[in-house]
Design a protein around this ligand. Structure first.
Ligand SMILES: *[C@@H]1O[C@H](CO)[C@@H](O)[C@H](O)[C@H]1NC(C)=O
Length: 284
């Protein structure tokens, strides 16, 4: 069904369609066998427990990755992740959404490994029509390698919300009226990967991957998608208008004040002409 056009222009009809559409599909967890496919790594990615879990591994020859079979235009995407334990320096574990082709849109969660005992960095970014440069980075308030935690992306026409265990850590508002591109007309797939990035990931590339510890393994489970898939079927619809209430705004403020370690909005050295407009407009 040709609901999605490739035009970069906002497709109001598509949005109206999804807003009007009542979505009463029952909430059911995605299954890695049915809803995803391992796309690289030559056996380093493994489906576990009949599709409820998936592990990715990395050694000096290759990392591995998988992607969702479907594409989605807006949705809520939840993934539980247990990151590489111990010395994970040089490794990067990802969970992100991306469209394909030129001028692509992308919404990223990337987990930058570290030496034993040193904290992971959670890197977030938003690309619209091929343009990124909207990084915010965080430290977690728990050990992400000890057990599974839930990382979520809520993407609706008004905003993108990044959540960790249901705590909002970042909101990227739609500021198209101020001329800031926002991802809203290109359907995206879910992508996850574990790969080596020791040229930049850990302490600016100073700490390298210790291959004597390979294979490095990251675990994924309880993948959940409530989105509008190609063909127009949507999952439960509460995410379609989700915004933060006062409790959510307080929690976001707490995370940003205590756990944010990098904010592109505060980096005037990098953006000497002035930071992007949404930085001035965005309230919590
Ligand atoms: C790793 O730990 C060091 C020291 O605590 C810290 O400066 C750095 O930001 C951490 N994360 C990464 C990805 O390098």
């Amino acid at each position: 069904m040709a609901i999605y056009s490739n035009s970069k222009a906002p497709n109001l009809l598509v949005i109206a369609y999804f807003v009007v559409l009542a979505c009463f599909t029952t909430l059911s967890a995605a299954n890695f066998i049915r809803d995803a496919e391992i796309t690289w790594g030559d056996g380093r990615g493994k489906v576990l427990e009949g599709g409820r879990g998936l592990s990715l591994s990395l050694d000096q020859y290759s990392g591995s990755g998988f992607q969702s079979k479907n594409e989605y235009l807006f949705g809520r995407f939840d993934m539980q992740l247990k990151l590489v334990p111990g010395n994970s320096a040089g490794t990067v574990t990802t969970f992100f959404l991306s469209s394909q082709g030129e001028g692509h849109d992308e919404i990223d969660f990337e987990f930058l490994g570290n030496s034993t005992g040193e904290p992971y960095t959670v890197h977030t970014n938003v690309y619209a029509q091929g343009k990124g440069n909207k990084e915010q980075q965080f430290r977690l308030w728990f050990d992400p390698t000890a057990t599974f935690h839930t990382y979520s992306i809520v993407w609706n026409p008004q905003r993108i919300i990044f959540l960790v265990d249901n705590s909002p850590i970042r909101v990227f508002h739609n500021h198209e009226t101020s001329g800031i591109a926002f991802p809203k007309s290109q359907p995206m797939r879910v992508y996850c990967s574990l790969w080596n990035a020791d040229d930049w990931a850990t302490q600016g590339g100073r700490v390298k991957t210790d291959w004597a510890l390979a294979p490095f393994v990251a675990n994924y489970r309880n993948f959940n998608i409530n989105g509008c898939a190609s063909g127009g079927s949507c999952g439960s619809s509460s995410w379609q208008t989700l915004e933060l209430d006062s409790k959510g705004r307080n929690r976001l403020r707490w995370v940003q004040q205590n756990h944010m370690v990098y904010n592109y909005c505060a980096d005037s050295q990098r953006f000497p002409q002035g930071v992007s407009i949404e930085c001035k407009r965005s309230r919590f």
